[in-house]
Design a protein around this ligand. Structure first.
Ligand SMILES: [Zn+2]
Length: 68
């Protein structure tokens, strides 16, 4: 692992920790399973349909400027 990879890794960890702290997400809950906006766990169905999604359906809709 070179320095750039390491830096990116640390950055990722710090971001994850910030999200955890902001939403009080327990350590046992994988950070990639929760919404980065509200901190609630993202539905398994949604994660299966949208691999790599970082928001729950509500926050994603809001993020995309929907709300119609
Ligand atoms: Zn959300």
């Amino acid at each position: 692992m070179d320095v750039a990879d390491q830096a990116q890794d640390t950055e990722q960890l710090e971001r994850d920790n910030a999200i955890r702290n902001a939403h009080r997400i327990p350590r046992r809950v994988p950070i990639d399973k929760v919404c980065i906006d509200c901190g609630y766990e993202i539905e398994a169905k949604r994660r299966e349909a949208n691999p790599g999604t970082k928001r729950c359906i509500d926050c994603q809709t809001e993020h995309e400027g929907g709300g119609a």
